[in-house]
Design a binder for this molecule. Structure first.
Ligand SMILES: [Zn+2]
Length: 236
């Protein structure tokens, strides 16, 4: 029984290591996914800027068409001035010509403003492209490294599972089933040493007579309060 109980502590350590490995196995794919998200966000920034640039070019082309249109109209009205019969017609044409001249100036200003904006944004896009490339290299490298870690964790799990099988056969079957029972109901810690005269799990005080029994380790002793399996305090 003493061997079984001491080996049970080893089994518990193995199970705790297994649990840590399983957590890592779940955590690594989440980290890989987070990096994918990060890259998507960076790439989206570039796409947004490229769309904005396309819009600016479209705006510019529209202003160029409108400019030509206004120039054309101004020329047409200018020509009509030569053939007017009345002062009233003449004045009306002058108003039209003036309106078109204002339009021409407005479109020219807009085109100049857009050209500056297009130039600035194009430079910005070049820098963003470089940044995207750098970040892609970094993120891909980090993901590769995480993938390797995941493979290593899988291998570790196999090694620890093998160790668990070899440890399990050295423990009395009744002790194993008590251990599994407590583990299912309670936390991962099913075997606890006595700590200052109390249960190391729930800190319930243990009567001295029971402590003596636990120290003898000739039968399975559980905490009357939390049900955990009790073993003596570690020897210094
Ligand atoms: Zn307890």
């Amino acid at each position: 029984m003493q061997d079984s109980l001491l080996t049970l502590l080893q089994l518990q350590q193995i199970d705790q290591r297994l649990q840590e490995l399983e957590q890592l196995k779940a955590e690594i794919p989440r980290q890989i996914e987070a990096l994918t998200q990060e890259y998507t966000t960076i790439e989206q920034t570039l796409t947004d800027k490229e769309h904005r640039l396309a819009d600016l070019h479209k705006d510019r082309r529209q202003h160029e068409r409108d400019l030509e249109d206004a120039q054309e109209k101004a020329r047409k009205y200018q020509g009509q001035l030569l053939s007017v019969k009345t002062n009233k017609e003449y004045d009306a044409l002058q108003v039209e010509i003036q309106t078109q001249k204002v339009n021409v100036t407005e479109h020219e200003d807009a085109i100049l403003r857009l050209m500056t904006e297009i130039e600035d944004l194009s430079r910005d896009i070049e820098q963003t492209r470089l940044m995207v490339t750098t970040q892609r290299q970094r993120i891909t490298a980090e993901q590769d490294s995480l993938q390797h870690q995941l493979t290593a964790v899988d291998e570790d799990v196999q090694v620890v599972l093998d160790e668990r099988r070899r440890t399990l056969v050295r423990i009395n079957k009744r002790v194993v089933s008590a251990y599994e029972r407590v583990r299912k109901g309670k936390s991962a810690v099913a075997v606890v040493p006595i700590k200052k005269g109390a249960c190391g799990g729930c800190f319930n005080i243990i009567p001295l007579q029971r402590i003596a029994e636990i120290r003898r380790m000739d039968r399975l002793m559980t905490c009357e309060s939390c049900g955990r399996i009790l073993v003596p305090e570690p020897q210094e």
